[in-house]
Ligand binder design. Sequence first.
Ligand code: G6P
Ligand code: ZN
Length: 544
Amino acid sequence: MTKILTVPTTPFEGQAPGTSGLRKKVKIFQQPGYAENFIQSVFDVVKPESGAVLVIGGDGRFHNRTVIQQAIRMAAANGYGRVLVGQGGILSTPAASHVIRKYGASGGLILSASHNPGGPEEDFGIKYNIGNGGPAPENVTDAVLARTKVIDRWLTVEAPDVDLDEQGRAHVGEMIVDVIDPVRDYADLMEELFDFDAIRKAVASGFTMRMDSMSAVTGPYAHEILEKRLGFAAGTVVNGTPLEDFGGHHPDPNLIHARELYDLMMSDDAPDLGAASDGDGDRNLIIGRGRFITPSDSLAMLAANIQIAPAYRGRLAGIARSMPTSGAADRVAQELDVPLYETPTGWKFFGNLLDAGKVTICGEESAGTGSDHVREKDGLWAVLLWLNILAVRGISVDDLAREHWARFGRNYYARHDYEGIATESANALMKELTAKLSSLPGATLGPLTVREADSFSYTDPVDESVSANQGIRVLFEDGSRIVFRLSGTGTQGATLRVYLERFEPRFGHLDAETAAMLEHQVAAAEAIAGIARHTGRSAPDVIT
Ligand code: G6P
Ligand code: ZN
């Protein structure tokens, strides 16, 4: 029997899992016992059955390998029978979700801070996913937080590091460690879902794309799937080698951080499709030649066309979107006569709906789209679904967007972020806003009249759990909307997100500038919330 070592410890403050796991600066994670306390708290809560399988993977960022080795030893001490870990410590978040499901694992540890920058001075994160492959629901994360507050020991075994760079089997204590190909299972799944032949034909007839993997985890996946299996030219995937610091960039696929891709797509040299993915591979950015598609529109357009892809033929059970995501998908759901679910921000809220077969496709304004094939959002999946649709329909991204708006109308949409503001100011703003909610209906702000204002609360239709205080909604008579919410993923200070939306019906202005269309909503947001007064900022830091 391998000797289990019990290491005494004391709690660290602030180990609350946010929207998507525990995220902190690397320096904080490097404190002795910090990661160990959190991982042990997870194990103490989920209580693995003896012999259970655990998946471990990460986005390759700095500190990944250190935590993986420690997690492997701790898994051995906590009764796991087998650990599956991606070669090089790599598994994209959607690939980890798939591996958990495919191999019947009891859960997985995903080491990532998603789209946050990486490196010794930057961010790290740990997230636990449950046996369905999805992020742990709130009852689990709440229990983990409670456990981190009282933890007094963690368990490990004495064992050398596992060679993460060679695929194959090793033993740590009595536990098996399988270092697996991080790409193959996932790539095979994609080939089952989509019409690769149709895409290959389009490529052979001259369809081109650029995939910017942002020096993050999707590089190896994109090389294999796009260049090797689908026949796109070498060089289609750029920034395709995962780097520990993402080359010093923010691996966040938006118009700020993927600027080069955007500029290319707006130029005369643009390929047919431009796409990017984030640090851990679950987010996506879609840009056609001369046409950026907002994540909210992407969800709606994919939902309207998803049945073109072989795995989704004749089966669109329903659509889910997070509350701040625009109502574009609602119009598709209505027209196709399928239910639409509005959930709080965070992919974990889709898990029950997907498990219960109530929805087939889900999406969020934060650049996440996915389906029931895994229990995470999935960047490359979204790119492949777009490719499948464009290839079969022989249509450009721009034409598809125009056609969509002409049929469903257009939801103009923007998100304004105020980053790194003092937590007290952010809380004061939200508090003041909450206090005046009941007085808002009937108020006029320029041409807008408030119809309804509330703090969003969600009752899960499957397990009836209630999640309250999920953002402030202000709905106007003309159908436009403003949402105020504090980010749950930052690592420093607070980020205020203001989501602005206005609907134009099918015969309205369908090709106007978003900023011009949202002018009144922007002014109303300032008037209602006093953003400048509370934050000292006269303009947002980022507009997406
Ligand atoms: C992560 C989650 C998403 C969520 C996003 C929101 O990426 O996986 O599901 O939409 O965070 O982030 P925020 O910073 O707005 O809380
Ligand atoms: Zn991510």
